[in-house]
Write a protein that binds this ligand. Sequence first.
Ligand code: PHE
Length: 451
Amino acid sequence: MSKKRENHPQWSSWLLFVLAATGSAIGLGNIWKFPYIAGQNGGSAFVLVYLACVLGMGIPMLMAETLIGRRGRLNPIDCMEVVAEEAGANPHWRWLGGMGILLGFLILTYYSVIAGWTIAYIFKTAAGVFLGKGASEVGYLFAQFIASPWQLIFWHSIFMLATMAIVARGVQGGLEKAVELLTPALFILLLILVGYAMSAGDFQRGVRFLFYPDFGRFSGESLLMAMGHAFFSLSIGMGAMMIYGSYLPGNVSIAKTSLIIAVADTSVALLAGVAIFPLVFANHLEPATGPGLIFQTLPLAFAQMPLGSLFGALFFVLLAFAALSSSISLIEPAVAWLMEDFGLTRPVACLVSGFGCWLIGLGTVFSFNRWSHLTLFDKTFFDLLDFLTSNLMLPISGMLLVVFAGWVMQPEVNRAELSTSPCLFRLWWLLSRYVAPATVGLILLNGIGVL
Ligand code: PHE
């Protein structure tokens, strides 16, 4: 292990870690997924539960996962093994690292397809395809787009190639360069969009939909989705934060960095909601439209805005980059594992895992067209994969990770890694040992109908 560790890279500074981890957290989950699942689950109730999950479970788990990573300083499988051994526990905890690697890989297979849509929309908005069009025509253009497997395959391939090109360059050459500029730029453009929604959208109704508590359309499954989304959005439960934590220099406070990441991630999701729903209502669209929501509302908004084609294209560029800074963290655990355990070079490891993702991604492509009629439990291939990974596997693996940090690792080790005040440490300790695992367990059992 020590030989592997010698070659294990490190971020150049703590700020780059924060940018990379924030870049991982902020992505399609905040801007594409959060608004559409909030819309499908009645809005405000979903938002409230999501926020509670971020606070009570997400943040302690983010800290737990990062600290395991920094303690082990290896890819998730080996990292879990050495940290377990250090704590005198069973090395089979390594399987939990393996589950994380698998999960990141599976999520990337469909993430890349949707990210491909955002790239396609850069060109469509820039070319003025939506100018002068009404809501129904924009909706029709979207439906026509996803009905074409070849177009989706093309954009999915472009996105996978871009991800592989960055990851192949390594931590300092590729990952750091990519995140430095993009994360702040996205934030600014989102603020501009909120400004536009305030002036041109039905702002009051949008904000009411998001924040005025209404549990009417909230079900057991909504609860599961709100929790799953908190995990998905913070990139926890699948080794991304573990591998990024493993590149983190030793003297940085994990408590502090985790809080910054969680606040930035949550604000972007809320800003996206505040930008999108006023436009949804002003254009008499349905909030429960589903995965096409932002692709049907935002082009409309941009088409009516002065310099809309320019702002629209810029927005989709940044969204594609936000997706890219997440996708690199989805595949990095697998790449690090292939390199450290199988001796592959970085480019070859990227090629192998990237090709696998691309291939399975075709299932998602077809679930929007050729295979849209093939369903299991009323869900298409994409719906099923999304449900299994975000709503079931991420919470299970996140719960096991926090149990590992809270019950298996020694308190002194945790205290040293988190380096925070005794009071905050106590709070983390209570949340990680009791509150978070118990709540995840209850919500899971409730969601699958056992309770
Ligand atoms: N958090 C990312 C997003 O919101 C997705 C992601 C999930 C990235 C899990 C890494 C790990 O888009």
